[in-house]
Write a protein of this length. Structure first.
Ligand SMILES: [Zn+2]
Length: 279
């Protein structure tokens, strides 16, 4: 992990209240105003919003890594070792990520921002497809860590819906291969040790550097290079909003910082935006 670069010249001003000490009503109102006045809004989301849809954070205790060894799930091992592939498919089959997860109020609030014409794009660390399910057009969702609901052939690039591969697993196949070329199939999410999808990373970097408001929701900004997006935004002069339960390395750069559950905060923010737009 690389250290965060802080942009030059950004300091807390002595004598003013730290942003996190303001009350929630004031903060929600502030964020709504920032949204109304912004021209290009990028939303950045992490695991904190998926947990509210019942999707476990892989890194938390009781998560999937208590039952499976993360060392079995490196990209290198997956490619090199059929036994590792067998274990990976077994884990998927046991439902570490269900296809039935539903979007929650945060996903719907973001989709509404899009309908109000206020969304440039969503950049997400999540692999669960819930932004699209909530109604954000897929061309506006940049998935830095891929999408777990798709499976890709590493030889010919053909993509299959996970549902379709799950049927084959349920029928007893342990290591499904590509129907077209018998190549290795891999969930289309980024594994440990696997480079991030280059095109997505490039586009996300460019959008972050060109927005005027960058809103982090449910991410502690510690997984790189994803977390750099907020740095690019601030370095380029964008205002930063952070909505997260715990602290992040970028808190001091935030114009507004909300320490609350994403769903509650975003429901109130979108309500305010709606009122201000119609009023
Ligand atoms: Zn293939």
């Amino acid at each position: 992990m690389s250290p965060v670069r802080f942009p030059n010249g950004v300091r807390l001003i002595k004598g003013t209240n730290p942003v996190w000490k303001q009350n929630l009503d004031t903060l929600v109102d502030r964020v709504a105003d920032l949204i109304i006045n912004a021209k290009r809004i990028v939303i950045f989301t992490g695991a904190g919003i998926s947990t509210e849809s019942g999707i476990p954070d892989f890194r938390s205790p009781g998560g999937i890594w208590d039952r499976f060894d993360p060392d079995d799930f490196t990209y290198h091992k997956f490619i090199a070792d059929p036994e590792s592939r067998r274990k990976q498919w077994q884990m998927l089959r046991e439902g570490s990520l269900t296809t039935e997860a539903k979007p929650n109020p945060t996903h719907y609030a973001i989709a509404e921002l899009d309908r109000l014409g206020k969304l440039d794009c969503v950049i997400t660390q999540n692999v669960d497809n819930l932004h699209q399910k909530a109604g954000v057009p897929s061309e506006k969702v940049f998935e830095l860590h891929g999408n777990m609901l798709w499976v890709v052939c590493l030889s010919c690039g053909r993509r299959y819906p996970l549902e379709q591969i799950k049927v084959r697993l349920d029928e007893g196949e342990e290591v499904p291969d590509c129907e077209a070329c018998h190549g290795i199939l891999k969930p289309d999410a980024v594994f440990f040790g696997e480079p991030l999808p280059e095109k997505v990373l490039k586009e996300a970097t460019s959008r972050s550097s060109n927005c005027d408001l960058f809103i982090v929701i449910g991410s502690t900004l510690v997984v790189y290079p994803a977390a750099y997006m907020s740095v690019y935004a601030v370095d380029s002069g964008a205002k930063l909003v952070i909505i997260n339960l715990s602290s992040t390395p970028m808190d001091r750069q935030a114009t507004a910082l909300i320490r609350a559950k994403a769903g509650e905060a975003m429901s109130r923010v979108i309500e305010q935006v709606r009122e201000k737009v119609s009023g």
